[in-house]
Design a protein. Sequence first.
Length: 322
Amino acid sequence: MLRRILAAAASTALALTALTACGDSGSGSGSGSITLGFSQVGAESGWRTANTKSIKEEAKAAGIDLKFADAQQKQENQIAAIRSFIKQKVDVIAFSPVVVTGWDAVLKEAKAAGIPVVLTDRAVDSDPSMYVTFLGSDFVEEGKKAGQWLVDESKDAKGPVNIVQLEGTVGAAPAIDRKKGFEEVIKANPNLKVIASQSGEFTRAKGKEVMQALLKAHKDIDVLYAHNDDMGLGAIQAIEEAGLKPGEDIKIITVDAVKDGMQALADGKINFIVECNPLLGGQLMEIVKKVNADEPVERRIITEETVFDQEAAKKALPTRKY
């Protein structure tokens, strides 16, 4: 009997040693570290690049072992990454979903495995019991801020103000919500008309391509509302190549406030930017620590953000981190 007890104790000690060794690998953090599996949308924009950098740097600073996967804007890649994290038995899974729908099955798998899930940046339409919290911006509010600026700017307009909209990735939460918020607010002025709305996939190249087509199809565009800076910057190239002045011939509103967008705003090529803060890494790591320790967290955590006109952009640019 004693021999059996000693053998069991030795096995337990060996298992604990193996676990400690695993904790020491990867990020170089000490034993007992938290392992976080994070699935990123991709690298489609300057915002996303800044978001990824923030997450990697803050994980390292917090001593969290980060397993990072880039989905290259494909939901199937993201689902595969999450399933891989489940197999690896990470402590917490976090991801920024490519689109809103289609997550039920994999979220149920994570819950069945006892691994808490944190949503970052974008929401899903799954049962909220499938994840512990959502950290990110209020995209509807961002759209409303963009719309309110245009309502105020156009209050003296006597005739129609024709708007074209460059939407984000089809089915993505920010694309749906920024459109919803914007269109909800501009109803206050019947002169404001969205004459065309098309996805630019959140990329600069696609923003330019779609704007080129819109300029050919519509000779009377007064305003461009782009769901992110990168699409707006691509559209600026198309507008200039068409012999028009961005910011003057066509007023431009964008969302994000990354450095390139802020520079275009300072230069007068963009008229107004609604900020969407990508530096979520610090907040995310605090949430991960709390969730791993079974401490309560708020179900919805909204990031602090502002808006910029030309003068505000000029003041902010010298110290802009992204």
